[in-house]
Each structure stands twice: as structure tokens, then as C-alpha cells.
Design a protein. Sequence first.
Length: 482
Amino acid sequence: MSGWEAVVGIETHVELQTASKMFCGCPVVFGAEPNTTTCPVCLGLPGAMPVPNEEAIEGILRIGTALDCEIAEHSVFHRKNYFYPDLPKNYQISQYDVPICHDGSVEIDVDGDASVIGITRVHMEEDTGKSIHVGEGGRIHGAEHSLVDFNRSGVPLVEIVSEPDLRSPEQAREYGAELQRIVRALGVSDVRLEEGSMRFDANISVRRAGDVEYGTRTEVKNVNSLRSLQRAIAHEIERQIGVLESGEPVVQETRHWSEDLGATTLMRSKEESEDYRYFLEPDLVPMRVDASWQARVREALPELPAARRARYKGLGVDRRTAAVLAAAPDIADLFDAAVSAGADVRLSGIWVTGELVAYLRAGDRALDETAVEPDHLAELSAMVTGGRLSATAAKEVLGGVLDGDGSPGEVAAARDLLQITDAGAIESAVAAVIGEHADAFAKLREGDEKVLGFLVGQVMRATGGKADPRQVSELLRSKAGG
Ligand SMILES: [Zn+2]
């Protein structure tokens, strides 16, 4: 794309994980039998009246505050009018010109290249029902018939609108990932892209490098994975450059990303906001979020991913480990507690982002379904640094602890994994190996370090892998006079 610059803005929808829906008491659940969690309000029956859900307002305030937004003391709901089978009222309650949160920002980092992405607004709305098209691969065109499930209708939905500050598919992906990490840390949504509780619409245009005016943009709707977001934007940038270079104009339209085709296809020509005939929702009073509510929300915010990464950097945690921890608050909390309990930072970092994450993933488990405690990691760490357990055996012991087989000491003893710490026993094993491999030892004496690994290996074999290799190699070196 030499000579061209991409301009991308992203609208992110986040379903809040509240107990009940936005304007009625129906439960918010994923995967229930179709049309079982509905009532007159979320089915849009005549005369039904909406009542705002305070938990949802609290949720959006947490998101807005975490994104450094200004919070509007007064904001209002509007009706966004359009006709679609999954929208039984024929309007969606949303916010228009007075959103609850506005003018925020989020910092992202792509391979060490940091940039600040503006957040235009964060507003509250309700989700629609879900259309299921039967036949023709689930697409509406050519489907045999369509079904509508209203369970999702009225679920609290937060829309986060970015400024057109993103310049590459990689930045867009990282922006989406960082939003996901932030919302997960806030605990207001499970942000499961594959289940649709977080989804993206990307607005994409290209312009000649150095141009100030934006080009005509297209919108790619309902992208449901970070990988697809990156691929869809990359494809759309390339497509638009191709159109412009062939002398045609880019048409403002809504497009659909097909993961199978690896391409975007036309969905419909783009609506302007006028098409929605927004007007004030007459059944709801303005929302008031006073200064004390705003302050309470600010004080109750957890540590956010960026702050965590910075803190871990200060602790000497490597960049990759810090990134994994910052994306998984529950695992990071375990790590923090283990380090406070005296566990080694480096070892704990390796264990929780390596063995623990792999264990959880393999069994599709949550952290609280395992038996591991911060003290376990501290004990395990002390066993390794004290030479009683090898780094390899420690991983096996951790597996046993996760399975609930006991403390690290108990698991290591039961599985006979403890190392020989008795200096005399190691000394005699080393002496025996030196006797057996006198020529190799002579080379070591001459300063040939290449044989050291071989000799250590022989001692490890002689001790059934239970000597501390570091201790063995020190002993061999000192005996060789080095
Ligand atoms: Zn309902």
C-alpha cells in the first residue's frame, strides 16, 4: 500500500453480563432454549414500559471511566427507528447526541510502537433478538426460511466508538484486544467473541499519503474475532486501493466479512444517521449520574491491564509474561499473591503463564476449579531455589497440586521427585563418574567446557535424575580446578 494511508475507526459492542436485561427483569443467559427468557417489554408488546437497569448503568460507567472518558452528568435515551424481524418494537432504545460517556482514550502498543486511540463516545443501548437463517450456509440470501430468537432482545449493550485514529490492521487488532482485556478486568462482561458478547464494526477508508481529507469509507459489520478483524480490514484496504487505482470511486456501503472467502462482500448501501429518525425516548426520564456516583465508580476500578503491565515491568517480569498476565486478571491475582507470599517472580511467571494456562485450557477449566493456592507456588518456588526439586520436576509437581493431590511437598514426596540434597551422596556419585570417564574429566581439567554437559548428564543418570544439575556442575568444575 505504498503511497496510501488507511484510516480506520471501530465500533465495539459489548454485551454486559448483568443479572437482568436493560429495561425488564428477564434474566441474561447464554444458550437458553430460544424464546424462553422474554416478557412483554423485551418482546415490544403494546403498553409495556421500560425500566432502566442500574447494574447496567454502573457497568457502562466502569467502562467509560476505564477508557478515561468524561462522564455526562445528564444523558438521555433516544429511539433508533428501523424495521427488522429481530427488533419487535421497530426501534432500539439507544443514545444519540447526549451519550453517557465521551472523549476518552486508550493506549495501544504494537511491537513496541505505542499510540493513543481516541474514544469518541461510549453509549448505552439494548441488544436486538437474533435471526437464524436456515439453509444456504446461514446467510439470509437464499435461505429456506428464517427463525427469530428474542432471548437476546433487550440485553444491555455498550457501544464503544473510536476516533478514526487507527492506521493499520495490526493496530486495529491490538485495539480490539486491549478493549477486551480492559472490559474483562472490569468484570462487567465475559467478552466472548465467539459467543457474540463482544463484536466489532470497522469503518475503513484509504487516502493518498499526506492527504488531510478522509476518503469515502465502508463499514464491515459484525466481525466476531480479532483475527477476522485484522484480516477484514487488511482485505478492505487492499480492495479500496484497487478500486481507486483503477479510476473508480469507493462506494459508501456496508460490507460483510466472510472468513471462508477471505473477502468482504456487499451487504447493503450504507444508512445515514438521518435514516434512523432518532427521537427522544418518551418512556424514560433523563439519566443522572452525579459527581459522587462518578467518584465511587472511579475508586472501585480494579488495576487495568496497562497499569499491570507497567508494574510487572518494574518487577522484572519479561514482556511476554507480563502481557499474558495483564490479559488474565484472575491468573495475575494468583501470581501477585504468590509473589507476596515469597514466591520467585521468574519461576511463578513461567508456571502460571505456562503450565497453569495449559492445564486450564486442556480441561476447559476456570482457575477457581483448581486446587492451587498462592502458598503452593511459594512453597514450590522455595523447593526449586533450594535445590530440592528440579525445574522439570516442579512442573510435574504443579500438575499434581492443580489436580488437588496436595501441597507441593506432599506431591513431590508421593511421586518420589525430591532431589538429593545430601552433599555426601552427590559427592560420591560425582567421584564415581569421574573414575568411569577419566578421559572426559581430563579434558575438563584442560579447560574444555564442552564435556561438562556430558559429565553432568552421567551424574544425573547415576542418581536417577535426582541430583541438582547446578550443584553437580559446580562440583565438577571445582574438582577440575576451575
Ligand atoms: Zn423481558
